[in-house]
Design a protein around this ligand. Sequence first.
Ligand SMILES: Cc1cc2nc3c(=O)[nH]c(=O)nc-3n(C[C@H](O)[C@H](O)[C@H](O)COP(=O)(O)OP(=O)(O)OC[C@H]3O[C@@H](n4cnc5c(N)ncnc54)[C@H](O)[C@@H]3O)c2cc1C
Length: 402
Amino acid sequence: MTTRKPVIIAGAGPTGLMCALALRKQDIPVVLLESEPALTHDLRAGSFHPPTQEMMAPYGITDRMHETGIQVRHWQIRNRPGDLIAEFDLGLLKDITPYPYRLHLEQHRLTPIQLDLLRAEGGAEIHFGHAVTGYTQTADGVSVTVKANGESRVIEGSWLIGADGGRSAVRKGLDVEFEGFTWPELFVVVSTPYDFAQHGFALNCYIADPVEWGALFKVPDAGPPGLWRLAYPVDPTESEEVLLSPTRIEDALQRLIAKPTAYDILYKSTYRVHQRVAASFRAGRVLLAGDAAHLNNPLGGFGLNSGIHDAINLTDKLGRLWRGEGGEELLDLYSRQRRAATIEQVQAMSIRNKRTMEERDPAVQRKNLEALVAVANDPVKAREHVLNTSMILGLKRANEVQ
Ligand SMILES: Cc1cc2nc3c(=O)[nH]c(=O)nc-3n(C[C@H](O)[C@H](O)[C@H](O)COP(=O)(O)OP(=O)(O)OC[C@H]3O[C@@H](n4cnc5c(N)ncnc54)[C@H](O)[C@@H]3O)c2cc1C
């Protein structure tokens, strides 16, 4: 019966798909535009914190993720020779969440689940190979220009959600600063089937080292036995060819665990890392969510999780506005709450995590790591630490923002 113009979503990554599904569940018309011809399949995030699993559960996503995802209850801090410094147990949270663990599943295995459920829900117009190239807005709606097969056309909508990733064309079309900085180094991400668990490594480890810190975690791949993924920093002045050469990658892995035979490498890539937050997640009828609104380094696994948190917060408020249960101030509240969560939690923790892992001064590093050991050994402090690093405390604080 509704003749209202749809909500247009730019980007079918995890954030855009989550927005589309959550809006369709509220019977709100949706047009989802993705520039690529299909869902993207590159090596990216793969760790889901307890609140993110809780948020996706009502949509049937979390159950589907558990079919292949790996439940990771413990995570560790190690040093470069590989010695264990501290271990944290997410089982401490079993009284407050049905998911007292991180669920590891590659991002490119989440998005097909979301798309499947979106299609099953019905009613969404989904267009691949459609890039948003510009838009205008009035008090009543948005006119979004889309390029497909070399031709441009305009789609009319009531709201536009920019979930189009770090290089967001939607954000760039707004007079909104993308505040923050870019780290000087590049990150390399490689995957190997070699099983680090046989050396006592938990399925999620951070390796502190002044020269080459690392983040190591296990992902399911196509099924057991899965793959181990290592991320480490490299010199950005060297060519990608050198940085990703078999010798360089072999050296990096041998420095982690030396072994007589070469490592099998299944995937490898480099990427540049930023710490940035848009000055506002709303400008009139245009809203930003996920990487389009904020970027952070991967230490702590917050990027994709916070994109899902944006999507849930935004679509709840957009739904209330759509049904006349509140005014447009709800969308400003979305911006305030999610900016607060991003700045006070995600940015602060991911920057602190990286600095702890890469600390150059041995005395400072020893002190930092001793502090972590003291936290791990104190049940009250350990619970607080796990509540914080699982994003539970930051979300609670941000949701209280008015
Ligand atoms: C190379 C790389 C590696 C990463 N590794 C990690 C990691 O190890 N750990 C971690 O926690 N996080 C990692 N991240 C971050 C994490 O992947 C993101 O936080 C997550 O992808 C955010 O989801 P999103 O849906 O907001 O954006 P994206 O996943 O970027 O999705 C945006 C979508 O929009 C589409 N799009 C772009 N422009 C347009 C347009 N103009 N019109 C229509 N569609 C458009 C894109 O094709 C894409 O499908 C990584 C990111 C990158 C780029």
